[in-house]
Design a protein around this ligand. Structure first.
Ligand code: PHE
Length: 454
């Protein structure tokens, strides 16, 4: 028998701690770096509507399912399925999740590293006096380099390891409780700045006025992938976090608060970015460089830009960190509980393995840019495989598991805290997880992959 059979599992210490950690996971580069540029490339408002629909019809039930599985089983992503459906192949859903964690953190840490470089550029006032093409060049030169981006990526991984190693209460919860409120304050400041720029209205119109002609099949699959990625769903992050939630807390309240925070912050990121983009006459479909090229360009033209640039990149780094710890935790919890490795060693081993993959992601912008697999560079391959394939597929199996294997009785029991909470919405939840969410995910999935043409 291992040690873990005697020592109680670490848990979150308070309601606010749970929300901070889970919202910390959800709110990340997905909201601030990815959402604005993906929305920008896919027509703004129309993309937003599809995205919101996916959050409600698919995101909420998947999140509830993940929390229920984790809290019921009190195990990591793989162990949870082994415990709730012993002797069945369902644990492979967890295996897929752990694999997705490796892929996601490998490219995520690359972009997170860029945010650190841009903090240092902000401090040294490196954007001052540069025009769009010079800033473009600056970004291009930086990401196509070798040692600089690798250095920042590694440093970011060290921060992540530092927090995860300290455990749930003394690591993840302790840091997210401070960092998340900080993030909210920063994004509010940036929204106010952006909204008070002359010409802000055009940017808002772009974000909120739907142009359905831009809504391609790619955009719809992209919206689904983005919903999963942004809410941290489909790979067992919230199964793992759910297993640290005490039996007395209300899961549905947590689901609503976390998804609302995530969605509001994504929209706020859009509000902070698009009015400024239009005010300075820049193309909203700029792509992944939007926050690294366009924003510095805007900052250096506006009053107080030095301050706002610094604040913005700190925001990005903070958001990335509270997410990356949740991705690493998926792997660490698995290593600790299933492979019986100490937390310290598990964290180091997992981070080391991920960093090796991460090096390839970073180098795919530079010396390895010629190397492509299925026509994609390593970075894009990791992103596409994880976000658009593994996460939706994982989410599909997770809702099917709750709907058809865990079943109504055990799910109701878990969600209602053993019958002590009123759960009038339960039949709706069951209907969503049994039929609507699986159907919707499958449809978008095969349609988006081009296997079906409507
Ligand atoms: N939700 C995070 C973000 O938006 C990324 C993430 C994906 C975290 C999957 C955990 C799991 O940046």
């Amino acid at each position: 028998m291992s040690n873990s059979d005697f020592t109680p599992r670490d848990t979150f210490g308070s309601k606010f701690g749970i929300i901070a950690a889970a919202a910390g996971s959800a709110v990340g580069l997905g909201n601030i770096w990815k959402f604005p540029y993906v929305a920008g490339q896919n027509g703004g408002g129309a993309f937003l509507i599809v995205y919101l629909l996916f959050i409600i019809a698919i995101g909420l039930p998947v999140m509830m399912s993940e929390f229920s599985i984790g809290r019921r089983a009190q195990r990591n992503a793989i162990g949870s399925f082994k415990k709730l459906a012993p002797g069945s192949p369902w644990y492979l859903v967890g295996v897929m999740g752990v694999a997705a964690a490796f892929l996601i953190l490998s490219f995520y840490s690359a972009v997170a590293g860029w945010t650190l470089e841009y903090i240092s550029k902000s401090v040294t006032n490196a954007f001052a006096g540069k025009n769009e093409s010079e800033l473009n060049l600056m970004f291009g030169n930086f990401i196509s380099g070798t040692w600089r981006p690798l250095f920042w990526q590694l440093l970011f991984m060290i921060f992540t390891v530092w927090i995860v190693m300290a455990g749930i209460k003394k690591g993840i919860e302790k840091y997210t409780k401070v960092l998340m409120p900080l993030l909210v304050v920063i994004i509010i400041i940036l929204c106010i700045r952006s909204l008070t720029l002359p010409g802000a209205g055009e940017g808002l119109a772009f974000l909120f006025r739907p142009d359905f002609s831009k809504l391609t099949t790619d955009a719809v699959l992209g919206a689904l992938g983005q919903a999963f990625f942004s809410l941290s769903l489909g790979m067992g992050t919230l199964i793992t976090y759910g297993s640290y939630i005490g039996k007395q807390y209300n899961l549905s309240g947590t689901v609503i608060q976390v998804s609302a925070t995530d969605t509001i912050i994504a929209i706020m990121a859009g509000i902070a970015i698009f009015p400024a983009v239009f005010a300075f006459g820049i193309d909203p479909a700029e792509g992944p460089g939007l926050v690294f090229i366009t924003l510095p360009n805007i900052f250096q033209q506006m009053p107080g830009g030095y301050f706002f640039a610094l604040v913005f990149f700190v925001l990005l780094a903070v958001a990335a960190l509270t997410s990356s710890i949740s991705v690493l935790e998926v792997v660490v919890a698995y290593f600790v509980e299933e492979l019986h490795i100490s937390r310290k060693r598990a964290t180091m081993i997992a981070a080391l393995m991920i960093s090796v993959l991460g090096v390839f992601c970073t180098l795919s912008f530079g010396v390895m840019s010629e190397v492509t697999i299925f026509g994609l560079g390593f970075f894009n391959l990791m992103d596409f495989t994880a976000s658009n394939l593994l996460l939706p597929l994982g989410g599909l199996f997770i809702v099917l598991f709750v709907g058809w294997v865990l079943g109504a009785e055990r799910s109701r029991n878990e969600i209602s805290n053993q019958g002590t909470l009123r759960v009038g919405y339960f039949p709706v939840f069951m209907f969503l997880v049994k039929f609507i969410a699986p159907f919707a995910i499958t449809l978008v999935f095969i349609y988006g992959l081009g296997l079906l043409r409507l």
